[in-house]
Design a protein around this ligand. Structure first.
Ligand code: HPA
Length: 269
């Protein structure tokens, strides 16, 4: 068993130490996890000061999914803000357990980040959403019911997706919608009947990530901003079939807008 499974917080601290050594920056202030299709948006942040493979850090498995980069970048943004950017993530459906899924978020907080921005690609359940539209996550429903927390860690999730951070982003782009995100284990997409169930439960967006990372980082004291990019209408909404290539392509098409949005808000978080 690797250290990550025995001691997730200690392994995150060890990874943070290596990041500080590699970058020469004792602390980073803000972190960004770039999900499927978002990776090209990171280029809008300018030139990173450092880039290395996640596998050079303790506890990170090699990426397995097309469109998930497996790289870490460090940026110095306006005002001297150090931003840590993870290109890609580990998903619960990879079957490695919750520890690797939550590891980047925990590493970010242990690196000093007070704000963690989690981006993802998702299916739009809300029929008002259009493909290519970013939506701020205002709350979630965990249909995996799996938590990255172990033991009697009774963390309050009332304001998990920080209202303060959402208001900051909306000041930069008032047209942004807010929605409720469902965490679906995957890797199979949902059935049309499952999407109807989710809509009845009050969901607007569905995807296979973000929720465990949000809980893990919040439990360590960080503020969370979640941004979903609607890459397709959810199953049964239009009758079209779903595929991963379409998800990646929709992300690439929206990369410019997403990159500008991130570049505008990150230094302010
Ligand atoms: N369902 C779940 N995850 C997703 C989807 C979807 O429709 N699109 C992108 N990620």
């Amino acid at each position: 068993m690797s250290d990550l499974y025995k001691d997730p917080i200690g392994t995150a601290e060890a990874a943070a130490k290596v990041i500080a050594e590699k970058t020469g920056k004792a602390k980073h202030q803000v972190a960004l996890v770039m999900g499927s299709g978002w990776i090209s948006a990171a280029d809008a942040l300018g030139k990173p000061t450092h880039e290395f493979a996640v596998t050079e850090l303790p506890g990170f498995p090699a990426p397995t999914v097309v469109g998930h980069g497996g790289k870490v970048r460090s940026y110095e943004l306006a005002g001297g803000v150090n931003a840590l950017v993870f290109l890609g993530r580990t998903h619960f459906y990879e079957g490695l357990g919750m520890e690797p899924v939550a590891h980047a978020a925990r590493t970010a907080v242990k690196s000093g980040c007070k704000a963690v921005v989690l981006t993802n690609a998702c299916g739009g359940i809300n029929t008002e959403y259009k493909v290519g539209q970013p939506v701020l996550i205002k709350d979630h429903i965990s249909l995996t019911a799996a938590s990255p927390l172990i033991g009697a860690d009774f963390v309050d999730l009332t304001d998990l997706y920080s209202k303060r951070l959402r208001e900051l982003v909306k000041a930069a782009d008032p047209s942004l919608a807010e929605g409720v995100y469902v965490h679906w284990r995957g890797p199979s997409y949902e059935t049309p009947a499952e999407i109807r169930m989710m809509r009845t439960l009050g969901a607007d967006l569905v995807g296979m990530s973000t929720v465990p990372e949000a809980i893990a980082a919040h439990a360590l004291g960080a503020e969370i901003l979640g941004i979903s990019l609607v890459t397709n209408a959810a199953a049964g909404v239009t009758g079209e079939k779903l595929n991963h290539e379409e998800v990646i392509a929709a992300g690439k098409a929206a990369a410019d807008r997403m990159g500008k949005l991130l570049a505008a808000v990150l230094p302010k978080l």
